[in-house]
Ligand binder design. Structure first.
Ligand code: HEM
Length: 539
């Protein structure tokens, strides 16, 4: 009797499983006519090549060989779309944005790591987070943060670089220096906190800073389980799940739990002390009242009850803002100094422009240096730091419009694509930034000269990106809220460092760019680093 129950149960489960797969694939049949590379593996599709840390070639193949929408294969050969057609991107991010959402696996992951906030929310909640935070990121507020940027950049110059250049020149790891500088800037200007990351030796004992560095490496060790998170996080209560995690004999899982607890406690402590200061009216008179979190807290106090954020939500926002700000900006800065070290003529032109300008510039002055502005634009266009995993999932069947017909596999022109519910859609940031239909035939060339007052001379098609007609900070309701902060921060660091130091390639090398996760990073001999020869021009 028991055996038959097991047998019937297994047959029913298998039938359900096969039916689910069949139903899924029948839904995706309409995508078969979209051109793309062959499926590399029945189990992993094209995912190994797509997410390979050296996957640049595969991405380039997708950008160059098929069309502006490319079909690739996900796990178990499920069709997915890699999109850089400008009309299609507009539809995904703006026009038909309600039909697309952050995949549940990633919102669950971010929710577990940081709590409720931008990256773990969708729909009305996400809209609420954005509405409360927006005023703190307004141009008028960000321009007041420029003195913080100078203060930290100069401390990096005097603490992390000059002391090592007593003999005039030395090889320094710019990745380490720029990462610590970005962290301290978001600490000071973002949350009014010092991570203590400006000491000459990397001896920061700050628990918050140490924990932040451990987050992504720990998560990537558990990457295989990310797709299961939406299901696992629904089992029992949070206390029950924590108890289960406690008894599972897996060190990485325990490390992850400790990291999450440490980040949560540090952010909560900060929020509570700031809330107390705001309530006592102290914060307005203190210098750090200009930081994003203080502004957000003050906005929160006056917000309608249904809009205001709870302490847990403020904790979530804090972690997410720090993590969104640090590695992205330092990756872009890494790329800038690497490119400048390889192109002395660009470096010299930039230095001349900077040294002819005031040592401390305000918002208008920083925006008025034409070559600095053009260089920053072109780096962010050609080498976007976040790539290639910006993705969305369709919440319902929908139609993707195209700006230019695609040649279907059957040879017929495709003018729009019927995309079934549950399809993974990649926003191909670099594909859009390198698209010849937008940037002209020299799209792949690094040419700061193409920019004039924030406009590129060769473009003839519009992209819905929030900045410079590019996709680097994407566009629409989930676009980067901190792009102005980041642009000013980068310009200040470039001007402080270039005024004093000269950068050239080090003997160690060559520097290779990898994509170990969401963000591009420089690496030498398999280690994340950017060794550059730095010369102190003042000595
Ligand atoms: C070069 C530097 C940066 C790049 C390339 C960048 C890029 C991006 C991208 C592509 C997104 C969209 C993520 C998604 O849709 O899942 C995003 C979102 C976000 N970024 Fe940035 N970012 C940068 C710097 C910053 C800085 C400095 C801050 C804060 C001070 C920041 C705060 C955020 C936040 C809070 C979001 C979430 C917005 C939302 O969901 O509504 N970012 N960023």
């Amino acid at each position: 009797m028991t055996t038959s129950l097991y047998l019937y149960g297994s047959i029913a489960l298998s039938a359900y499983f096969i039916w689910s797969i069949f139903r899924r694939f029948r839904g995706f049949a309409g995508l078969q006519n979209i051109p793309g590379p062959p499926c590399h593996s029945i189990l992993t599709g094209n995912m190994s090549a797509f997410f390979d840390p050296d996957g640049w070639e595969f991405q380039k193949e997708l950008e160059e060989n098929y069309g502006q929408v490319v079909k690739i294969y996900g796990p178990l050969g499920t069709p997915q779309l890699f999109v850089f057609d400008s009309a299609a991107l507009h539809s995904i991010l703006v026009g038909d944005a309600d039909a697309y959402e952050e995949p549940p696996a990633y919102s669950s992951l971010y929710g577990l790591l940081w709590g409720p906030g931008f990256f773990s929310s969708v729909g009305a909640d996400h809209h609420r987070y954005r509405k409360i935070a927006m005023p703190a990121f307004a141009t008028g507020k960000i321009r007041q943060m420029i003195p913080f940027f100078y203060e930290v950049a100069e401390r990096a110059r005097d603490g992390l670089m000059s002391p090592f250049l007593a003999d005039g020149r030395k090889t320094l790891d710019l990745n380490n220096i720029l990462n610590r500088t970005s962290l301290e800037i978001i600490g000071r200007a973002g949350i009014g906190y010092s991570f203590d990351s400006m000491r000459p030796e990397d001896t920061s004992e700050d628990r918050y800073a140490v924990t932040l560095k451990e987050v992504l490496p720990t998560v990537f060790k558990m990457a295989l389980f990310i797709p299961l998170l939406p299901y696992l996080t629904k089992i029992g209560s949070s206390a029950f799940r924590r108890a289960v995690v406690g008894i599972i004999p897996w060190k990485t899982l325990h490390t992850a739990k400790n990291i999450v607890d440490d980040m949560h406690n540090a952010a909560l402590k900060l929020i509570l002390s700031k809330k107390a200061a705001v309530a006592q009216g102290q914060l307005d008179t203190r210098d750090d009242s200009k930081d994003i979190m203080s502004l957000l807290l003050k906005g929160n106090l006056t917000a309608d009850e249904d809009m205001s954020l709870s302490d847990e939500e403020l904790v979530g926002q804090t972690g997410m803002i720090i993590s969104a700000a640090t590695d992205t900006t330092s990756s872009a800065l890494d790329r800038m100094f690497h490119i400048l070290s390889l192109h002395p003529e660009m470096q010299e032109r930039l230095r001349t422009e900077i040294t002819e300008s005031p040592e401390h510039m305000d918002y208008e002055q920083l925006g008025s240096l034409p070559y600095l502005d053009a260089f920053v634009h072109e780096i962010l266009r050609v080498y976007p730091p976040v790539t290639p995993v910006m993705h969305r999932e369709t919440l319902k069947d929908t139609i993707l419009p195209l700006s230019k017909p695609l040649n279907g596999v059957n040879g017929e022109a495709i003018t729009s694509i019927a995309v079934p519910k549950g399809t993974t859609v990649y926003i191909a940031i670099s594909g859009a930034n390198h698209n010849r239909n937008v940037w002209g035939d020299d799209a792949l060339e690094f040419k700061p000269e193409r920019w004039d007052h924030g406009k590129a001379s060769t473009q003839n098609e519009k992209i819905c990106g929030i900045y410079g007609n590019m996709m680097t900070f994407i566009g629409g309701e989930r676009s980067c809220i901190g792009f102005q902060f980041s642009l000013l921060e980068m310009k200040v660091i470039l001007s402080v460092f270039l005024r004093r130091f000269k950068f050239s390639p080090a003997k160690d090398g060559p520097v290779q760019w990898k994509m170990p996760g969401i963000i591009a990073l420089p690496s030498v001999d398999g280690k994340v680093q950017l060794p550059l020869m730095v010369e102190n021009m003042k000595e």
